[in-house]
Write a protein that binds this ligand. Sequence first.
Ligand code: NAD
Length: 490
Amino acid sequence: MKTYQYFCDGQWRDPSSGLWFESDNPTRGAPWARIPRCNAEDVEAAVQAAHRCFSTGAWSRTNAAGRGRLLRRMGDVVVRHAEQLGAIETTDNGKRRSDIVEPLKTWLADSFYYYAGLADKVEGAVIPVDAPDLLNYTRREPYGVCACITAWNSPLLIAIWKMAPALAAGNTLVLKPSEHASASTLALMEVLAEADLPPGLVNVVTGFGPEAGAALVDHPLVRLLSFTGGFTGGSHVAAAAGRQAKPVIMELGGKSPQIVFRDADLELAVHGVASGIFPPSGQSCISGSRAIVHRSLYDQFVRSLCEVAGRARLGDPADPMTQVPPIANRSHFDRVLQAIETAKKEGAHCVLGGVPTHLPELGGWFIGPTVFTNVTPQMQIMREEIFGPVIAVLPFDDDEEAIRLANDTDYGLAAGLWTADTARAIGFADRIQAGTVYINNYYNATTQSPVGGFKRSGYGRENGLEGMLAYLQTKSIWVSTAPHQPNPFP
Ligand code: NAD
C-alpha cells in the first residue's frame, strides 16, 4: 500500500492527527493507498502558507507575465506525466485510463496554456464618469487565498479547471480533494515540483468534508471558495460561506434531459444518448439520465438503446478495450443499487441491467448499463441524481410537452436535443433551463467555453474568460485632477 503525505508550504507532511484513512481501488474492491486525515491544524498551516505566498512571498512579487510563464511550465509538466497521473487516477477512482490520459495531454494541458496567455490580458478600464476634474479607472485584483474543494469522479480535471484560472488571476490556493479519490491530486503536486512552484502557492489538504473541508471553508483568511460536488455538500458550504460573506463558485449535480424529437436521426440519437451516460458509468455531472423521446420513435429507441448499451464491455478501466468502468467507491455502489431498487418499487420497468455485474477476475464494484421505462416525472429516478449508469426513458407527444418535461427538474446543468431541424433546435435551446445545451452532440467541453449550472446545479462559471473573471474582484480608483478641493463648509 502506498502511503501519502499532504502538501503544505512546498513540503510533504504527515497529518498532525497522526491518522490516515484507506482509499480503495474500485476495480479490485480493495484498499490500495493510505491518505492523510488532515484536521483544522493542518488546514491552518496550509492557509497560512498560501496567505504568506500571496501577501509577502514570491507570488506577491510575480507580475502577470511571470504568472503566465509559470502556468506554461505547469502545462508542460502535465503533458510529460500524463500517463503516470492517469494510471493513479484510474487505480484510485476507476476512471477509464483513456478518459484521463488523452485529456491531460491535450485539453487539460490547454487549460494551463489558455490561462497562461490570458494572465497578462485582463485589463481594467477608464470610465467616462459624469464628474468634473476626476479620473476614474478600474483594476481587476485577485482575492488572495482561494479554497478549491473537489469531487471524486474527475479529481484532476476539476482541480485543473480551478487551479489554472485562479493562479493566472494572481491568487494562491488550498485544494481539498474528495476523501474517495485524493491520490491523483497529491500525485499532481509531486510532478509539479518540476515547474518550480513557489512554496505556499498551491497546497493540498486531504480528509473528510465535515472536518478538513469545513475548517477550510470557515477559515477567515480564505477569501473565495470554489466547490464541485453534490447539492447536499454544496448547500452546507454555501451556508457557511454566507455567514462570512465569502463568494462561492458552485458546480453541482444534474439530472440532464436528452430530448429525441420525431425527426431525429435515430441511430445518431441512440449513440449520442448512450455515450452521454454509460462510458463513465454515469459518474459525470452532465450525464444525460432522462431520455425524453417522441412517442412515434419510443419503442424503437428503447430497443436500440438496450441493444447498443447491452453490448458494452465492462472491465478493467486500465484496459483500452473496456467500455464501462466500475463504480468509484463502495458506498456509492450501494447508493446506486438502492436507487435502482426504489425505481423498481415505484413501478418503473427495468428493461436492461439493474443488478451488480460480477467480474470474478477483477472482483470490483460493477453495474452494467441500466435502462428504465414506464417512468413518471414524480418518481425518484426522474428527480434525483443517481450518478450511475442508469437512464429513464419516457415518451412525449408534442414539442411543448417535451420542453416542459425537460425543465421539470430542480437541476439545470446540461441538456441534449436530437433533431434534423437545427434551426428549430436553436429556438428550443433558448427555452431550456440549463447551463449547457448540446444540439446533435453531447459531452463536449473545451477550455475556451464556459460551463456551469442553472437552478440547483450551481452558479458561477468555469473555463473561458468568465472562468478567470470569477477569481478577480474589481477595484474602482478615483483620481482628482483639480488644483483645489472645494471647501465643504463655505
Ligand atoms: P460531495 O458533495 O459529497 O463532496 C465534494 C467535496 O466536498 C469533497 O471534497 C467533500 O469532502 C467536500 N465536502 C462535503 N461536505 C463538505 C462540507 N460540509 N464542508 C466542506 N467540504 C465538504 O460530492 P461527491 O460525491 O464527491 O461528488 C459527486 C457530485 O459532484 C455529483 O453530484 C456530481 O454531479 C457533482 N459534480 C459536479 C460537477 C460540475 O462541474 N458541476 C463536476 C463533477 C461532479
